[in-house]
Design a protein around this ligand. Sequence first.
Ligand code: GLU
Length: 306
Amino acid sequence: MENLQELLDEACNRARPLVREGRVASYIPELAKADPSLIGIAVHTVEGETVQSGHAAHPFTLQSISKLFSLAALMRFRGPTGALDGMPCEPSGDAFHSIVRLEEEAGHPRNPLINAGAILVSSRLPGGDPKEIAGTVGELLASVLDAPVPVDAQVYASESATGYRNRALANYMQHFGLLENAELACEAYFRQCALTLDAKDLARAGLFLAGNGTDPMSGAPILDPQCTRSILALMSMCGLYDQVGQFALTVGLPAKSAVSGGILTIVPGRMAIATYGAALGPKGNSVAGVAMLQFLSDALDLSLFG
Ligand code: GLU
């Protein structure tokens, strides 16, 4: 694609002023240290073209984006049905860390991309301690990137020291018999959330989701096609908190955002796009990220809805 570089530069330039409208997440104290002026975008196509603009090499913790890879890791062990057992896979309509429906629905999380669901996924991954369990997720990423993926120890410690709300979700699920060790599940989840990449490597790591489960660069089968389709479907229904409907209307692609300001977006069969910008809008999504994706989707006519 000849003008992709120009488009990404233009996307960055247009989005840059918008960061003033957002706020950096601070409920995990360490995340509040992020510089909201740093924004970046990276595209990796299935043909192997890589283009980036702005601060696409600035590392950030994956936070909720890690939920895609923990689910993929679990699906490799248990298949799609086993991995999603006990989760109806419907959009929640509630905040990502809401406890309301757990009370109403006997501890069952609505889907694996909200916190309760992701903690349940982590509780089902193999391993005896948080390092081993989160290591399963890190290893999946590392196998694609052919390089180890670090855990940000400060962010991990910061969330572990303050994650009362997630512990409440996990304890609720333990009460209802969905998991056995709430503390272990939470620590594993916090650790996986602190896995750190930049936008360039995130686009590369997520490329198998655009390749129907096969990494288009190496040809390695990462996830079976049915599991991959399930993850993309979940992203399009539950990937952007309470803005997922608007995002479907304006961008029209499966994506997963994170409180750290990252968004991984997949154009099935074509490319993975990763954006970064720590300033979040009222629904918790990166303002610059959403704006860049909207621009690119319009410019390249990427929406899956025609
Ligand atoms: N570790 C974060 C939490 O559980 C992730 C949330 C997110 O990125 O949506 O609160």
